[in-house]
Structure formats: C-alpha cells, structure tokens
Design a protein around this ligand. Structure first.
Ligand code: BG6
Ligand code: MG
Length: 215
C-alpha cells in the first residue's frame, strides 16, 4: 500500500476533546432528565452536533420542536466551548506532536478531516493552526460521517487520491466513512475492534512504522 498523506480525525485522535463532548452532552441530558452513558456516547463519535442531539433524544418521551433542538444544541456547544477555551498548547500530547513532526519529516502530506464546526478553534488553542497542509471540517460539508464527504474534501485539498491517504479514526462512523470513500483506515482504540480496519493501533506513534512501510 502506497501512503502519500495522512488524514487525521480531530476529536479523540489528535486531542481528548471527545471527553469534553461527553461531559457537555451529559450536562444537557441531565438537565432534561434523559439517561446518558458511555454506550450512547460512543454512537456520537464522528457524527454532527444535531445528529448527536437526535441520538440523545431517542431516550426521551417528549417531542422537541426544531427551535427547542437548536437551543439545546446551542447550550451543549456553549458548555463544550467553555472547556475548549481552557485548552493550551500544553494539552497536546508530546507523542502526538512528535508523531506529526516525524510524518512531516518523511515528506507525507498531513490533513484534518473532522465533522466538528469547532475545528479552527481547537487547532488554534493547541497551537496547530499552521501545521496541517489541509483542513476539512464540519463548516465545509453537507453530510457528516459515515458519509465520506469530509475525507474526500481533505484528499482533494491535498491533491492526493483516496487510496494513498491513510485515515486515522477513533469512531465507527469515521471508519465507515473512510472505507466508503476508498481510503485505507487506521482505527485507534475501541473503534478498531468493532470494524474491519487496515491497521488497528493503540497509540498514534504506531503510525510511523505503518507509513514507513507505505513509502
Ligand atoms: C466530531 C465528534 O468530531 O465532531 C462528534 O466526534 C461531534 O462527537 C462532532 O458531535 C461535531 O462537533 P461540533 O464541535 O461541531 O459540535
Ligand atoms: Mg473522533
């Protein structure tokens, strides 16, 4: 397999913002008296804010109007952003930063492919605004993962064909999106166990030998 580029999911791969999503949704669900746990949370990984809300509201007997849903999603995002605003470059794991440097040093093109509309804010807080050759995110797409749109956009911004761009994901929806777009996929943590991935990794540093083999 020839690898020319790596497209990273953001939340749960580059940084631990997946935990902030969880805490923010838990607060909103708690206010509404709706049960919410890690199992339901796993279904929210990779999917858009409004789709996440719909999944949470499956546990409710009440019907919410569109206006109420927008208000709830807005409330979740306010809580979520209050966590994001406390992040600094020291929150970037040294292993992530090292791995990105090594991959760049190998001449690979690097991109972000995230469903998040907060991508620019997160990259800025972590001091990563300038690091990636391309950023495709939730503000630029119509269909979120498992649709491949965000990864196809990242590949096209990089000028690399999907079969040569390795997607790195922590979410089942993200791995499905990669496969649907014709990308090889590396699954990190739990997601790697549930779906058919090309590479199953525990830590991001394991990408280095994979990419060396793909040169
Ligand atoms: C994805 C997360 O990266 O972004 C999802 O895995 C989240 O859990 C989605 O719902 C949208 O995020 P945001 O920041 O636009 O609310
Ligand atoms: Mg993720």
């Amino acid at each position: 397999m020839l690898i020319e580029a790596v497209i990273f999911d953001l939340d749960g791969v580059i940084c631990h913002t997946d935990q902030f999503h969880y805490q923010a949704w838990k607060a909103v669900a708690g206010q509404l008296g709706i049960p919410f746990d890690e199992h339901i949370n796993a279904r929210l990984r990779g999917v858009s804010r409004m789709e996440s809300l719909e999944i949470i509201l499956e546990q409710s007997e009440k019907n919410y109007s569109q206006e109420e849903k927008e208000q709830l999603a807005g409330e979740k995002n306010r809580i979520y952003q209050s966590f994001l605003c406390k992040m600094t470059p020291t929150d970037l794991a040294p292993e992530v930063s090292r791995t990105l440097d090594v991959l760049r040093g190998m001449g690979l093109r690097l991109a972000i492919g995230s469903s998040s509309r907060n991508t620019a804010l997160i990259l800025h807080r972590l001091g990563l605004d300038e690091l990636f050759d391309a950023v495709a995110d939730g503000t630029q797409i119509k269909r979120s993962k498992p649709d491949p749109e965000v990864f196809l956009l990242a590949a096209s911004l990089l000028g690399v064909r999907p079969s040569r761009a390795l997607v790195v994901e922590d979410a089942a929806a993200g791995i499905q999106a990669a496969k649907a777009g014709g990308f090889p996929a590396a699954g990190i943590g739990g997601a790697a166990q549930i779906l058919d991935v090309d590479f199953s990794i525990e830590t991001i540093a394991e990408l280095v030998p994979i990419c060396i083999q793909g040169r």
